[in-house]
Design a protein around this ligand. Structure first.
Ligand SMILES: C[S@@+](CC[C@H](N)C(=O)[O-])C[C@H]1O[C@@H](n2cnc3c(N)ncnc32)[C@H](O)[C@@H]1O
Length: 272
């Protein structure tokens, strides 16, 4: 069943959606009045948040470009949200029109909007799945037939691993994903941290721990551990803005203000 605007019936447009609020912060067009109202309220409470989201998106764009430069032409983007402004398939297909992208998200609203947005783009696919079930993600991705797991793959985990608490064993999840990727594959991670953060930010995080969207802040060492034995590319795991900025002179002195580290690593394991 579909609503007049083409969205499936299970998408409730009378309530705000986190995915559409995020889309609004990024300047996307896939949001409604009710989402914009909530976005304005959130922005009033946490003025840094929209800039943080944009910085995360910019990091992802630079990382995807670096992977394209390294010859990667297929991407598994987990926790993709609504593929909005500067989304991965646009960045990738601008550089390589044959690039393939499979988007994965747990949020049915993000998935429905993604399907609507990507209808007609044969080189992209959308999977509704949970990062905490990586075997299912890999099985569904294989079933879609868009990605070739015998060739280098870009696995993108931008702003999502911090939604997986330690009790759900994120290290094991990452190991499963890495094990499925051929030599020459790359892993991109951005992840919230408590390192270098002021007390107010940590207090706010403690409050958010009482809501449904609890975030696990982790240290640089823990985040680095998610790359396993893959080779970290320069400059390593750093505050997002410091990862290969387009114009190094424009990076703010307080690059730690977004409270998230970013890094990219390559699978140099010999084939076989
Ligand atoms: C902060 S947004 C990041 C969006 C995009 N990757 C980016 O960097 O712009 C986090 C996304 O992760 C999704 N997410 C949260 N937990 C997830 C899980 N366990 N499995 C899959 N996706 C998840 C949310 O629905 C949301 O769309």
């Amino acid at each position: 069943m579909q609503q007049p605007n083409g969205l499936p019936d299970e998408i409730d447009l009378s309530r705000p959606s986190a995915a559409r609020v995020y889309d609004y912060f990024l300047g996307g067009a896939h949001n409604f009045e009710i989402d914009r109202k909530l976005a304005e309220q959130i922005a009033a409470m946490t003025p840094n948040l929209p800039a943080t989201m944009r910085a995360g998106r910019e990091f992802l764009r630079r990382a995807v470009r670096a992977l394209l430069d390294a010859g990667v032409d297929q991407f598994l983007d987990i926790g993709s949200g609504i593929p909005t402004v500067g989304n991965v398939h646009e960045v990738a297909q601008a550089a390589n029109p044959k690039a393939r992208v499979v988007y994965v998200d747990i949020d049915p609203v993000a998935v429905a909007h993604s399907r609507e947005l990507l209808a007609g783009n044969d080189l992209t696919g959308v999977i509704h799945a949970d990062l905490r079930d990586p075997e299912r993600i890999l099985a569904e991705a294989r079933r879609l037939g868009l990605l070739d797991f015998d060739r280098p793959l870009g696995i993108l985990l931008a702003g999502v691993v911090h939604f997986v608490p330690d009790a759900d064993r994120p290290g094991d999840i990452l190991a499963t994903l890495r094990a499925a990727a051929a030599p020459g594959s790359h892993l991109v991670i951005s992840h919230s941290t408590f390192e270098d953060q002021p007390q107010e930010m940590l207090d706010a995080q403690r409050l958010s721990a009482r809501t449904a969207t609890e975030i696990s802040l982790r240290s640089r060492a823990e985040i680095t551990g998610f790359f396993g034995d893959w080779t970290l590319l320069e400059p390593g795991v750093v505050h997002m803005e410091l990862w290969r900025p387009d114009s190094p002179s424009e990076v703010a002195a307080d690059a730690q203000r977004f409270g998230a580290f970013g890094g990219v690593a390559r699978n140099d394991r010999p084939a076989g």
